[in-house]
Structure formats: C-alpha cells, structure tokens
Design a protein around this ligand. Sequence first.
Ligand SMILES: Nc1ncnc2c1ncn2[C@@H]1O[C@H](COP(=O)(O)OP(=O)(O)OP(=O)(O)O)[C@@H](O)[C@H]1O
Length: 506
Amino acid sequence: MEPEGEQGGDPQPYPRPRTLPQGKERPSPGEEREGPVEGRETRLRVVLRVRPLTCTETRRGDQQVVHSLGDGAVHVSAARHDATFGFSAVFDAGASQESVFEGSGMRQLVELAIDGFSCTVFAFGQTGSGKTYTLMGPLAQSSTHPASPALLGLMQRSFTCLLEQSRSRGSDLALSASYLEIYNEQIRDLLSPGPACALPLRWSKTRGFYVENQLSVEFESLEAIVSLLLQGSQRRRTSAHALNRHSSRSHALLTIHVRSRAAGACPGKQGTLCFVDLAGSERVKETGSSGELSVEANSINRSLLALGHCISLLAKPRGRRTHIPYRDSKLTRLLARSLGGSGITLMVACISPSSRCLSETLSTLHYASRARRVTTRPLANRVSQTGNPSEPLFSPSGTPLTHPFIHRPSQVSREKLLQTLEQEIHALQLENLSLRQQLCLPRVPVRGTEVAGNPPKAWAGSGDGHGPAGQLPPEGTPAWPSLYGLLRDFVVENEQMRYRRLVWDP
Ligand SMILES: Nc1ncnc2c1ncn2[C@@H]1O[C@H](COP(=O)(O)OP(=O)(O)OP(=O)(O)O)[C@@H](O)[C@H]1O
C-alpha cells in the first residue's frame, strides 16, 4: 500500500539554504539538486513521534495500533482502519530524547537561526500525546529537582547547541528570549512578573503580526535560559483532566532571538528560533472537561481548526491557493511567517499508539501529511545599514510577501510583490462575495475610487473596478498605496462579515 505522505526519511534534514550569487536569478539544475537556495520554495519538514503506552493504557489493556515500518513510514492497523503514512522521520516508543533531537534536524535548525533565518519548531497532536515532553522533557523538572540529562527535551538541547556555537564564534552572538502564551484567545507574557495581562497583537508592513510590549530577556548561560523557561512554564495555564494530569491549556511560544554583529564586509544577522507547544486537541466527552475546562477546550479546538484550515489552503499548489485566513485566530497570525513566509519550519506530530486514541491519531496523521506539502521561501534577516527594508513585506491580511530578491530590490521583485497583492485581493474579493451571499447582504457598488491615489491600471480597467489583475501597472504608477488601500478595505470587510457570521451561526 502507498503511504499517504511522501515515503522515506531525509538523509540530510536541512541542506543549508544558500544565497544566490549577485546577478544570478536561477540556479543551474545541478545546484538545485544540492538543496534549497535562499528564497526558493522549501517544504516544511514533518517528523512523527509515537509515545509509549502509559501505565493507565497498559493496565486497561489498550491495543497498540501504530507500528513504525522504518524509513520514515508508519502503519496504523485496527478494525476498519489500515493506513500507512510517510514522514521525514518517525520516532517510535523506544526513541530517546537525544535521537529525536539529532534525527529531527533540530541541530541544523539552530545553526540556521544563527545564520539569520526565522526558524520554528512546533509540536502538535491530541492532548496527552507527548508534545510538552518532546519539547521540554518531563514536567517534574524544576530547578530543585532537575531532570536527568538523558530526558532533556528539544528546547534544552537547542540552548546547549546555541551556546556552544556562540562560544566557538568568540561570543559575537547576542541572545535573548521572549515567552508568551495564547490562552482563551488572549496573549499573555510568561516572563513578565506580576499578574497576567493581555498584550495587544499588532500588524505592520515590515514586521507582519507582532506582540506589543512583550518582554525580551537577554541571557548568556544555560542556567539563565533554563531558569527563564521554568519560570515561564510555571506561569503557563495547566489543568488535570481524564487524559493528562498536567494538560497545557494554552499555546506557548518561546522565541530565542539570535543577533550577530556585522564583521567587516559581512552584514549582521538577526535570526529567531521559536518553539511552539500547542495545546492539544481534545474531545470534551473523552477528557470529561466541564465549566472552565470546556471553555478552554473550545478555544483550543477553535484555534487549532483555524491552523488546520490555513495548512490545508497552504498545502495547495501556489497557483491554486485562495486567500489564507491568518486573521482567523491569534495563533495563525503569529505563525503566518513560519507557515507561509520566509521561515524554516519543523513540525513534530505527536501521537499515542493506543487503540482508544485511534480517531485523534488518524486526524493528527492526516493533518501532518497535509503539512508536508506546505512550502516557505527561507530568507535570512540581514541587518542593513538603513535598518528595515523599505518595501512592505506583509500584506494587511497577514500574508507574508516573500520573494527571492527581497534584499536586492529590483523591478523583478516589485512585479512579483504586485502579483501577490493582486492575487490576494482577487481571492478576498471572491470570498467576500460569497460571505455577502451567505449573510443575505446586498452587493456593494463599485468601489474603484475609494482608495486614495490613482487606482492602478490593472484595476481601473477591469469592469467592476476591483480586478482581477490583467497586467501590472506601468513603472511610476503609485501602485503600492492603491493596492494596499484596496487590500486593507477588503480585509476589514472580510473580518466584519466573518464576525457577523460567527455571531449569527457560531
Ligand atoms: N516519549 C515519551 N516517553 C515517556 N513518557 C512520555 C513520552 N511522551 C509523553 N510521555 C508522558 O505522557 C504524559 C503526557 O505527555 P505531555 O504532557 O507531554 O502531553 P501533551 O501532548 O503536552 O498534552 P497536553 O496537550 O494535554 O498538554 C506525561 O506524563 C509524559 O511524561
């Protein structure tokens, strides 16, 4: 039987993205085979971890329905279910924390963050499937009872690797950390002392979505960053339910900012390494959640649904993609760059092998297989002498406007970005039309002149005043403000209608 995802493990997890030589826009076929070039499409790397059966599951006599076949393939066999899935790597119940670190490509991800890339690793899966364990090791860990070194998770191993690299480079790296959680759709700073308060999530052309007033704490040693991690994790919302005695009730994002100073002709770099511990999906009936727990579960499931929806749309070939609704949840806003932008992303799908978890396990496996088709275009953040790039990098709907030439603005880059904007406007326009019909709202009159400045030719001559794009505006046309204004209007309209639909039909 053919596996659902792509078969086979990757021998070399992340071939280092290379920067195109000046003046060269296409790599030769030989170069392409060596690995992704900076700015070229790179697939998300998805690995699978199957945790061992817990004592409760063994005592209950649960059957083991997940079996690793080797070479990145896993087989699920149960009554009426028989399926094989392929991933970049599969770690079965016997896999050590170290083998997960080495085999997942985490070490390479750390190196890429040092090279200025925005790297993200996120763990997802049903509640109690081992996400927190994979990222942080056993929860019993504390400063007074440190976990055995063999049990340390991806986070602590990455910190060690980062600090070793920093020392070997003569400490020219400046490291800092920020840590936040999304709890019931509110963002809270886990490093900020005092009572938890909600932080605003903003959007800017150059930064995309970002959290305002988030604390960033500098560190130089392993002890310092581990202590920040523990402080933050103790503030994170956890509760006990039928499937997990320490269930995380929020999505947590720990971001390590890595800055290297410019040296001679080499520009400085600003990379990030973000660890995302998603709260687990759960069926309220199985976890026995009620009251506050069930409100939390609804919020978790809703944001995971939004994430799944974005992933499904992103998994389509670029030409067939519609508008990606990053704005549907705070989680998808914050992950926009990692999923559809210029980042490099590793997903660790976690599952239980128990027959009782079969339907959630299959759902995670399908979700993870789909994610393997998502691509990003890795770009290193170089610190230019003038500061931020002058061109907008994110559209108002949150879509990262990445392209291979962002650091060398040219006519090609301008055209590519305009095309992306135009495609997005067109997709939004269609979605808004359908939302209007669903809400029984009248069609809006033509709004071709609503935007300040001359509408670009492509829009002015398109019949209804809004597109789709026929041709690019000629050089010198004030296309950015017009397209941006138009897109912003469509996004606002889209959000208002989505909200209305939610209120009317939750
Ligand atoms: N690979 C593993 N080896 C041994 N024990 C594990 C492993 N993975 C998970 N566990 C144990 O299973 C339990 C649940 O794991 P964990 O809390 O990491 O799940 P989770 O997916 O983060 O759950 P939630 O979404 O509810 O927070 C914990 O007691 C943990 O120690």
